[in-house]
Design a protein. Structure first.
Length: 350
């Protein structure tokens, strides 16, 4: 008689519903897929989902819930499962999408996505998810709120400029727009103050921010965005995973000799991370020999400035992960010192 060794519930998360698929693995190591069902992404839906799973699961093995890190829509359910003692694993979307490419099914629906997540959970050994630290969650809330304010301020500023350059500008409209911009500036300042207080309230976070800010171009805001959006690099195990999560990984389209598209970044990732890397990259290109050399080398190769700048963005994000992992400050003179040492060794040999 076959013995059950693993039970997984794959969850495809959307804003309003959770599409789940139950699956089991027996000691012959052949995955067996069970029923599928959709539930509301609400507290009531969570209760109904777990009752449904208990009907299909067997007591011989624990049940693990597996889902993608889909923005914020998965968080309430993940918190619910954690509070009730269920095993939970949250996987980067890039891992699931890469796995889906290996399957025979080409049609992508909520049901097939839940099936793929279930298969992935059955075939892989996954880590237990732990809820994010409060400070990282608060960082993400504040930095995202600031990002939204900046977007609103840009819209208002453009509207003000358009109104002021009209032949007959509306005086009252201009007054209202100026007041709106003043309010947004004040709220942005409040967020900056709140973020500073949050960092100073936690000595460990304060030290981490200081380490990340040792990288040329990286300031407190950029460091806070990266820590908040990655939950302190909680799900990240490599530089490749990080760049994929940010959507800064390179996507190529090539088939034989007849089809060859231009390489470009996927942009299938966290837009807040990508936006956060823009200005640090520009600063690093001007003031850091390491990134200046990378930028110059790429410009000489293909002559596309934006493409070279994106490569520097990727390098800086990877460096932030390295500095965080090693808990060591960034050495701006590394490239210069390394070159000098190589030259000295070369002279000795000569």
């Amino acid at each position: 008689m076959k013995r059950i060794v693993k039970q997984v519930v794959g969850v495809d998360v959307a804003q309003e519903e959770l599409v789940v698929r139950f699956g089991s693995m027996y000691d012959d190591w052949v995955p067996e897929l069970g029923p599928s069902k959709a539930f509301e992404n609400t507290a009531k839906g969570f209760d109904e989902l777990t009752v449904w799973v208990n009907k299909w699961s067997k007591p011989e093995a624990d049940v693990r819930y597996v889902m993608e890190a889909t923005g914020v829509y998965h968080e309430n359910f993940a918190y619910f499962l954690d509070e009730h003692g269920y095993a939970v694993s949250i996987v980067l979307p890039s891992k699931i999408s890469n796995y889906v490419r290996t399957l025979e099914k080409k049609t992508v629906t909520d049901s097939t996505a839940a099936e793929a997540i279930t298969r992935f959970g059955l075939e892989r050994k996954l880590e237990q998810w732990s809820r994010p630290q409060g400070v990282y969650r608060k960082m993400r809330q504040l930095t995202r709120e600031r990002s939204q304010l900046i977007e609103l301020k840009t819209i208002c500023t453009n509207q003000l400029h358009a109104e002021q350059t009209e032949a007959q500008p509306g005086k009252k409209t201009i007054v209202r727009l100026k007041k709106r911009i003043e309010l947004l500036n004040r709220q942005e300042s409040e967020i900056q103050t709140e973020l500073k207080e949050l960092i100073n309230s936690d000595e460990k976070i304060k030290q981490l921010i200081a380490l990340l800010c040792s990288i040329t171009g990286v300031g407190v805001l950029t460091a806070s965005i990266v820590l908040g959006e990655t939950n302190g690099f909680d799900l990240i195990r490599s530089k490749k995973q990080l760049t994929s999560y940010a959507g800064l990984d390179v996507k190529e389209k090539q088939s034989g000799t007849s089809v060859k598209g231009k390489p470009k970044i996927s942009k299938r990732g966290n837009k807040y991370l990508r936006k956060a890397m823009h200005f640090p990259a520009l600063t690093a290109i001007r003031h850091d020999e390491r990134y200046k050399a990378v930028y110059a080398r790429l410009i000489s190769r293909h002559g596309i400035k934006m493409k070279a700048a994106v490569a520097v963005q990727r390098k800086i994000l990877e460096m932030m992960f390295t500095v965080f992992s090693k808990k060591e400050k960034y050495d701006k003179t590394y490239l210069q010192n390394n070159t000098t040492n190589e030259q000295a060794l070369s002279l000795k040999k000569d």
